[in-house]
Design a protein around this ligand. Structure first.
Ligand SMILES: [Zn+2]
Length: 190
């Protein structure tokens, strides 16, 4: 899916303070440096799609998509397959976008990483913004909402290193593939 300008616009109210904070270093707060991959490698993840094993994953992070780099991994599965939270943390945002369809932004416990799940068929019943998550919780179901082909249900899964302002729509993309190759399979149902 396409990220960036769309989500900038979708986010709507980008404050002047936010723009300045993005452009200027903030004393005492480390910039969102290239530590994202190291942070992610320390997280004990589970694979977000039920029944998928790590050796079945394909690294599509660097692949081209119309007008941009993919910067995510696509995990194919039948429509309705449970999607699991890869880590502990909380639901930061439930958002519907034209490219991503029904999406979830999930922050890790320290608020340094955002996990992004897109093209969901539906959310898990009762899922709400701000609610805590435990690794392995069912948060939604695989689908084709947004710009996914109706013939190819899949989870588009991405990870971002959040900046100091922890804005859910903004961050530096990290390739989730190496971490997921080390991840445990999620249980088939929960
Ligand atoms: Zn994708």
């Amino acid at each position: 899916m396409k990220r960036g300008v769309f989500q900038w616009l979708a986010a709507g109210s980008v404050s002047l303070a936010g723009v300045l904070a993005f452009a200027l270093p903030i004393p005492g707060i480390a910039p969102p440096a290239a530590d994202g991959a190291a942070l992610l490698a320390q997280r004990p993840l589970v694979i977000p799609v039920a029944g998928v094993r790590s050796e079945q994953l394909v690294d599509t992070f660097e692949q081209g998509r119309p007008g941009h780099r993919h910067e995510a991994i696509d995990i194919l599965a039948p429509r309705g397959t449970p999607v699991h939270a890869v880590d502990d943390g909380k639901v930061a945002k439930l958002f519907t976008s034209v490219p991503g369809g029904l999406t979830i932004y999930h922050f890790d416990p320290a608020g340094r990483l955002a996990y992004y799940y897109a093209h969901l068929d539906r959310y898990a019943p009762g899922l709400k913004e701000g609610m805590p998550l435990r690794r392995g919780d069912v948060i939604g179901y695989v689908g084709t909402t947004g710009n996914a082909s109706p013939d190819a249900p899949h989870l588009h899964f991405a990870v971002f290193r959040l900046g100091p302002l922890k804005q859910w729509w903004k961050g530096d993309a990290i390739n989730p593939y190496p971490a997921l190759r080390q991840a445990a399979s999620s249980v088939a149902a929960k």
